[in-house]
Design a binder for this molecule. Structure first.
Ligand code: PMP
Length: 362
C-alpha cells in the first residue's frame, strides 16, 4: 500500500492511526459481534463512543460548561441558515464580516432569514487578500451577533486576532481551523464547523453553542432546526451518522496522542513557515496573493507565472505522490491545505518538490 501526501482542502487527510483503528474494529466492534455501523444509535455500545467523542472534544477545545456540544448534519452550509433561524429574532439585525466566498454565503442565507448587515468587506478589490483589522470593523452595538469565518479556506486568509465586539456575542465559522489553536471562549456565543477538515469525515457538523442562546432560541422554526431540540436529546433527536461520530472519536484520540491542541499548533506553525518560506524565497517564481499578516496557517495559496505552469506544477506534484494541490476553481492557482493530520514530513516533501520545480522551470 502506498499512501500519498494529501493536501486536499476537505474532505482531507485523516490521521493514519484513526483509519487503522477503524479498519481493525470494523467487523467486530469491541467484542460486540457486530460493526459499530450496525449498532443502534441509542444502544449502550454506540452511546459510549458518542460520549467519548463529546468528552474528548470538550477537553481538547477547552469548552466551558456553559456551552452545549452538538453533532449535527447538513454541513457548515446548513448552519449558514440555521444560525440566524435560531439566533436572529424579529426586529433584530446581525453583523457579518465578508472575507471570502463562504462568509458571503453565510451572509446571503442570513438575509434570507432576517436582517443582516456588512460589518466589514475585504473583497472590494475583487479578491479577498486579507481579513479586516479591528479598527475596520463597523459594528452595530445592538446586533444579535457578529459572524465571521476564522479561516477562509478558498482565499487562504485567517484571523490572527480575536475581534472585540463588546457585549455582542460572536458566531465563528471554524470549519477549516477548528482545534488548530486554543480558543478564548469569553467572546463566543456559537462555533460551527464541518468535521471534514480538522476533526473527522464528512457528514458531521459540530456546533458548540452557549446554553442561554439555546434556551432563548426562536421557537417559530421547525423543531428539527432548533438547537434546543438537539441539545435536549444529546444530538440524537434523529438518527445520527454514527460512523462519522466514531471517526471523530478516533481522530480526537489521535489529538490526545499528539499532546493536544497546543502541540498541534506548534507543528502547524512550522508547516506553514516552511511553505511560505519556499514561496517568499523563490525570487518571484511563486507569488502569494495574500497579505502576509493575513496568511492562513491551514490553507496556503500561491500562483505561478501562468495557468499552464500551474497545471504542470499540479501534474508533476501528483506524479511525485503529492495530491490535492489545485487551487479552488474560483481563484485558481495552487493551494496546499495543511490541516492537523497532514504530517510535517509530507510538508517537507512538498517544499523539496517546490524548490526542484522552480529550479527546472524558473
Ligand atoms: N465554511 C468554510 C470556512 C468552509 O471551508 C466550508 C467548506 N469548504 C464551508 C463553510 C461549507 O462547508 P460544508 O461543505 O460542510 O457545508
Amino acid at each position: 500500500m502506498t499512501r500519498v501526501a494529501n493536501f486536499n482542502p476537505g474532505p482531507a487527510a485523516l490521521p493514519l492511526s484513526a483509519l487503522e483503528l477503524a479498519r481493525d474494529e470494523l467487523l467486530d466492534f469491541e467484542g460486540s459481534g457486530m460493526s459499530i455501523l450496525e449498532h443502534s444509535h441509542r444502544g449502550p455500545v454506540y452511546m459510549k463512543v458518542h460520549e467519548e467523542a463529546t468528552a474528548l472534544f470538550r477537553e481538547h477545545a477547552r469548552v466551558p460548561a456553559e456551552f452545549d456540544v452538538l453533532f449535527l448534519q447538513g454541513g457548515a452550509s446548513q448552519q449558514f441558515a440555521v444560525v440566524p433561524m435560531n439566533l436572529l429574532h424579529a426586529g433584530q439585525s446581525a453583523d457579518y464580516a465578508l472575507t471570502g466566498v463562504w462568509a458571503e454565503k453565510a451572509f446571503a442565507e442570513a438575509k434570507n432569514v432576517g436582517t443582516a448587515r456588512k460589518a466589514a468587506d475585504t473583497g472590494d478589490n475583487g479578491r479577498y487578500t486579507r481579513v479586516p483589522t479591528q479598527s475596520e470593523l463597523d459594528l452595530d452595538p445592538k446586533a444579535a451577533y457578529f459572524h465571521y469565518a476564522t479561516n477562509n479556506t478558498v482565499m487562504g486568509t485567517q484571523f490572527h486576532y480575536a475581534p472585540e465586539t463588546g457585549s455582542v456575542p460572536q458566531v465563528l465559522d471554524m470549519s477549516s481551523d477548528i482545534l488548530s489553536y486554543p480558543l478564548d471562549w469569553s467572546r463566543i456565543g456559537l462555533v460551527y464547523a464541518g468535521a471534514q477538515k480538522n476533526i473527522g469525515p464528512t457528514g458531521i457538523t459540530l456546533v458548540i453553542v452557549r446554553k442561554d442562546l439555546v434556551a432563548s432560541g426562536r421557537k417559530d422554526i421547525p423543531v428539527i432546526f432548533r438547537y434546543a431540540t438537539q441539545a435536549k436529546e444529546q444530538s440524537l433527536y434523529n438518527t445520527i451518522p454514527t460512523f462519522g461520530v466514531y471517526l471523530v472519536r478516533n481522530t480526537l484520540r489521535w489529538v490526545s496522542a499528539q499532546g493536544g491542541v497546543p502541540a498541534l499548533q506548534k507543528v502547524n506553525a512550522e508547516k506553514a513557515r516552511l511553505v511560505y518560506a519556499a514561496v517568499d524565497e523563490s525570487g518571484g517564481f511563486y507569488r502569494g496573493p495574500v497579505e502576509v499578516a493575513s496568511r492562513s496557517v491551514m490553507n496556503a495559496v500561491w500562483n505561478l507565472r501562468t495557468p499552464e505552469l500551474e497545471s504542470a506544477f499540479v501534474k508533476d506534484a501528483e506524479a511525485r505522490g503529492l495530491a490535492g494541490l489545485k487551487g479552488h476553481r474560483i481563484v485558481g492557482g495552487i493551494r496546499a491545505s495543511l490541516y492537523n493530520a497532514v504530517p510535517l514530513s509530507d510538508v517537507q516533501k512538498l517544499v523539496t518538490f517546490m524548490n526542484e520545480f522552480r529550479e527546472t522551470h524558473g
